[in-house]
Design a protein around this ligand. Sequence first.
Ligand SMILES: C[S@@+](CC[C@H](N)C(=O)[O-])C[C@H]1O[C@@H](n2cnc3c(N)ncnc32)[C@H](O)[C@@H]1O
Length: 413
Amino acid sequence: MTSNPYPLGLRLHGRRVVVVGGGAVATRRVPALLDAGADVLLVAPELTPALRAQADAGRLHWVPRRFVPEDLDGAWLVQVAVDDSMAAASVSAVAAERRIFCVRADDRTAATAWTPAVTRHGPVTVAVLGGGDPRRAMTVRDAIRDLLAVRLAPDGIAGRPDAATGAAGGRQAGRVALVGAGPGDPELITVKGWRLLTEADVVVADRLVPGLLLDELRPDVELVDASKIPYGPSRAQEEINQILVDRALAGAFVVRLKGGDPYVFGRGGEELLACAAARVPVTVVPGVTSSIAAPAAAGIPVTHRGVAHEFTVVSGHLAPDAPASLVRWDALAGLHGTLVILMGLKNLAAITATLIAHGRSPQTPAAVVQEATTGTQRVLRSTLGEVAADLLAAELRPPAVVVVGDVVDALDG
Ligand SMILES: C[S@@+](CC[C@H](N)C(=O)[O-])C[C@H]1O[C@@H](n2cnc3c(N)ncnc32)[C@H](O)[C@@H]1O
């Protein structure tokens, strides 16, 4: 007769968990045990490279031999991750004798505990058991994960990220997250960035943020379009900083959504300092930066074995001879590697002329990638000597990234 399993959340912090086996199954099981703070003892003659790295880093104890009963001394749980069912049965027999729950990869019916399919959403952990069918458990888990990401935040299950830890009864303290939205394709936001976006009360978005991400916000979310703030760039930045601080001090969870990565020419640092000065807690969620993603989307790796051992990301928003420029274009001309120029279309003629004047060959391959990773992406391939003229002729426009270096042709068959 089979009866229903009894679900539990094991609090393993500092508690001994023995894992027997060092192959693929153990490789998948160990990270969650470490994440739970378990004191992991791994018993296996051989380890996969990933497990070996955990052992070398001192995150677990490895005994490089076969299992002996004494390995279970002091254990709260044992995971048997070996294919050999005789060996697995002997471990679970010792575990049963000592009343230690035993998970078995080789034979679920012989196990005294099952591992569920899990999804985590901030402080919420959902664990699904599929009645002995792991695939069914995973299908249900995936459906719940999607639901949590999109639907449950409005009703406050996830609520604000610190909802579970805030002071009882009172209004939650506000906070800000600086979130990188990625280069343009809405699917290129990170999982964490997306989760925080679904939890936001206020979203302050940049011009280059993928519109589809905003389309999916809850109707009650206040959306501030930072690109519509009047005044010049510096006054507008002050205004944005003020909005972040004011809304957070009023108790809101504010997501500042920025194109690419918040710290790559994104003024994220200034926003962080403004929040810190007002004692508003800030989380920074890195994003996929256009400086790497735009070349990649055009089939250009920023480094390539035997071709480029470095890449430099540089802003071209000031002309090389502008007094305020902080860029040593003469030094960049002497590098062999890849140069990725952001915000450089307007000054491209002056930039390429300066690079050539300081020694970079005019034959160096160059490319321009406009609106990368979006449905309107355009790619122009040229050379350092010609790219500025070709760009005008092709009527390319911002946002675009210019790539200079032999990597431009590296993947061409
Ligand atoms: C103010 S910077 C912000 C960069 C952003 N923080 C990042 O990490 O991608 C704006 C510049 O990024 C580049 N850029 C951003 N998105 C782009 C895209 N989808 N395609 C090409 N270039 C892009 C352009 O050079 C644009 O002028």
